[in-house]
Design a protein around this ligand. Structure first.
Ligand code: MN
Length: 250
């Protein structure tokens, strides 16, 4: 069997600690190629760059930076930089969680979505905080988890959203979860700039959330590594049935 080829990307930029940690974690499992944005692209979601050319910098045989988004990196790498499609795409490890509704903003999660669109098994990885990236016990457990997941088969259009708990809570294991919900109250800050003009700043993430015991928020709050399978098909099938009943009126 030929050596595994892994593509890793992130949205924190190619100098981010989480990218380095992920790369070291994967090296025992195969060849790791990095293609990551040259500057931070957090909350870029699934954006691609269409209105200008993209340029790359190669820092080592298997390390590229791209002056674009996370999705640009995965597209470019899979079509131009890699010798063939990777065996898996990894996005992260993001500096900060990607839980619940936040996955829709996340560049980290979008990197894995793009891998799914290419028909490649993909994982998005995030840590509750940067301190957790220095926790050898957590990284050992994550490495084991990734190794086990790669030996399993799962549908090609499903990505795994993995979140490490914040460093303030004791690591307790791994839990399969569903997305929770976040409160979004008063997240826009209004202030005045030095020239007297009002500006707005979308502020820190509201820490309040709700979710059942099996939610990703609850799991990470309790010290578990959360693993949520996500899929690209946003169709709400129960509503499709509902609207079919009114089809003649639409
Ligand atoms: Mn980020």
């Amino acid at each position: 069997m030929s050596e595994n080829l892994f593509l890793i990307t992130n949205d924190d930029g190619f100098r981010a600690e989480g990218l380095e940690v992920l790369s070291e974690l994967l090296k025992p499992l195969g060849r790791v190629v990095i293609a990551a944005p040259d500057i931070e692209q957090s909350a870029c979601s699934h954006a691609i760059t269409l209105a200008r050319p993209l340029r790359t910098n190669q820092f080592a045989p298997d390390c590229w930076s791209v002056d674009g988004t996370t999705t640009d990196c995965v597209l470019l790498a899979s079509q131009k930089l890699l010798p063939h499609l990777p065996d898996a795409v990894f996005s992260g490890i993001n500096h900060g969680s990607n839980l619940g509704d936040d996955v829709t903003y996340s560049g980290t999660v979008a990197g894995a979505f793009e891998g799914c669109l290419l028909g490649v098994r993909s994982l998005a990885l995030s840590a509750g905080d940067q301190e957790r990236l220095k926790d050898p016990a957590c990284l050992e457990l994550l490495g084991k988890l990734i190794g086990n997941l790669l030996r399993m088969d799962w549908p090609k259009d499903v990505l795994l959203n993995v979140n490490l708990p914040p460093s303030g809570v004791e690591l307790r294991g791994i839990r399969l979860t569903r997305l929770g919900r976040r409160h979004y109250a008063e997240s826009v800050i209004e202030n005045t700039d030095p020239r007297g003009k009002v500006y707005y700043w979308i502020g820190g993430v509201d820490p309040r959330w709700y979710g059942d015991a099996d939610s990703d928020f609850q799991a990470t709050a309790e010290g578990f590594i959360s693993v949520t399978p996500l899929h690209l098909d946003l169709t709400h099938y129960p509503s499709l049935e509902l609207f079919r009943r009114f089809e003649s009126k639409i």
